[in-house]
Write a protein that binds this ligand. Structure first.
Ligand code: ATP
Length: 457
């Protein structure tokens, strides 16, 4: 196996070493599948979420945002079907009592004999039974049946129950969308693979409401637009694909569903789902709540329940994909470097300012520059060690630009600007740095229009 292969182990090690992600509650032995984002990880994940919000909400006139509470009325989960159907098939090993997802046995190992699959060891597996993935808790000081609430297993339902509020207050009319990101919780039977499958995670979901009949076009549109988001932010197109759900895989209410899959070190896996959910959700909430959630079109005087196209992505899974895709090792055997080739808009630190020497007025000049840049972009200062080592440290965390302050800087107010990917160095006037860097770290603008072609003139 070539040294250059990206493994989950290399990513986990880098994340821990450089402060992207730590194991939760590590000093107590850790809590299975829970992770804490460290100083660099939180910046990267925030940049991923900002990138999604910018592309999905801020840059569009037809989408507004929402931040609904995590705890919702228990009847929400009755209407959505989660109480009765949000289950995974589970089997137990009669010998070691370990539990597995019946549909993931092929990818699971026996905890006692890791070379064997569950059921192929000495243990016998029970019949599969359904396990509800929702976390249950109690609201208020008394634990009684009526006080049971659930930690939301998806953010989408907060959007559906606010549909009328948003239509009326923000004066939106189909086609339009409501976007939300936030924590969701699922008591996964077999979490694992680092950030890929956890029990607490963040979702980035858009519910896009359209007139029935326009849904096929918008479904096509959002598949394309979401694929473009990942590649615009640097994911290699070869590592991304769309997988259409087979008809027996489709939820009963869905007219179409496609997974955006990424080629993780563990193989091709879902990164995001895009579904045509028809009018199922709004209708279910109408039936359960008794409230009229139809849209009234002033122009045509029609009243109808919109269809919904839902692109539903994971912030943690996307962050992992961006990390994996950016990870690279290059250079000759005796001088290898680890480099994260993150898109500059996603990089946790945009520029590092490095005085060549720790004397001769260079640190002072460098600090002055840091103070000019810092209000505009995440700027690091590093004066420890050789300049080569300092560049390497920045390469490893994905900092796209390095600025070296040397004695010539004191004479003519120019610096060396080094680019992470090409390692090319150019001499730039200090006065040109801010405009040049601002332009080079700017987020990409999607070249896919705001709607399906037939809506464009
Ligand atoms: P999977 O098949 O991997 O369990 P799903 O089809 O149940 O995922 P959705 O309900 O479509 O997932 O959720 C939308 C997105 O939320 C997923 O594409 C993924 O990015 C993210 N997500 C879902 N479950 C988890 C989890 N346990 N950990 C991290 N992210 C998750």
């Amino acid at each position: 196996m070539s040294e250059n292969v990206v493994t989950m182990e290399k990513i986990v090690n880098l994340c821990k070493r450089r402060g992207f992600v730590f194991q939760s509650s590590e000093i107590y032995g850790g809590l299975n599948s829970c992770w804490d984002y460290g100083p660099l990880g939180i910046e990267l994940k925030r940049n991923v979420k900002d990138a999604w919000w910018r592309d999905t909400v801020v840059s569009r006139p037809d989408v507004v945002g929402l931040d609904a509470s995590i705890l919702m009325h228990p009847r929400v989960w009755e209407a959505s079907g989660h109480l009765s159907n949000f289950t995974d098939p589970m089997v137990d090993c009669k010998l070691c009592k370990a539990r597995f997802r019946a549909d993931h046995i092929q990818d699971s190992v026996c905890p006692q004999k890791p070379s064997k699959r569950p059921g192929e060891c000495d243990g016998e597996l029970t019949e599969a039974r359904n396990f509800n993935l929702m976390f249950r808790t109690n609201m208020g000081p008394v634990e009684e049946t009526g006080s049971e609430v659930y930690l939301r297993p998806e953010t989408a339902q907060g959007i559906f129950v606010n549909f009328v509020n948003v239509v009326n207050s923000a004066r939106m009319r189909p086609p339009f969308g409501i976007a939300q990101m936030g924590k969701s919780f699922r008591n996964e039977i077999t979490p694992g693979n680092f950030l890929f499958r956890t029990r607490e995670f963040e979702q980035m979901e858009l519910e896009y409401f359209v007139k029935p009949g326009d849904d096929d076009d918008w479904y096509e549109y959002w598949r394309k637009r979401r694929m473009a988001w990942y590649t615009d932010y640097g994911i290699k197109p070869d590592n991304l694909r769309l997988r259409e759900h087979a008809s027996d895989e489709l939820a009963h209410y869905a007219k179409g569903c496609v997974d955006v899959e990424y080629n993780f070190p563990i193989g091709w896996q879902e990164l995001e789902g895009v579904a045509n959910r028809t009018d199922f959700d709004l209708k279910s909430h109408m039936d359960t709540s008794g409230k009229d959630l139809r849209f009234f079109d002033d122009g045509s005087k029609e009243r109808y329940v919109p269809y919904v196209i839902e692109p539903s992505a994971g912030a943690d899974r996307s962050t992992l994909a961006f990390l994996v895709d950016a990870y690279d090792e290059d250079g000759p055997e005796d001088d290898r470097r680890v480099v994260l080739r993150l898109h500059p808009a996603l990089a946790p630190v945009k520029v590092a300012v490095l005085p060549l020497m720790r004397k001769g007025g260079l640190p002072e000049k460098a600090t002055e520059l840091v103070e000019t840049l810092r209000p505009h972009m995440a700027t690091a200062y590093d004066q420890a060690g050789s300049i080569g080592r300092r560049y390497r440290r920045q390469d490893e965390i994905g900092t796209p630009f390095g600025i070296t302050i040397d004695y010539q800087t004191l004479d003519d107010d120019t610096v060396t600007l080094r680019e992470r990917d090409s390692m090319e160095q150019t001499r730039v006037a200090v006065k040109d740095l801010l405009p040049q860097l601002t332009q080079r770290i700017a987020p990409p603008v999607c070249d896919i229009p705001l709607g399906p072609n037939r809506h464009q003139n």
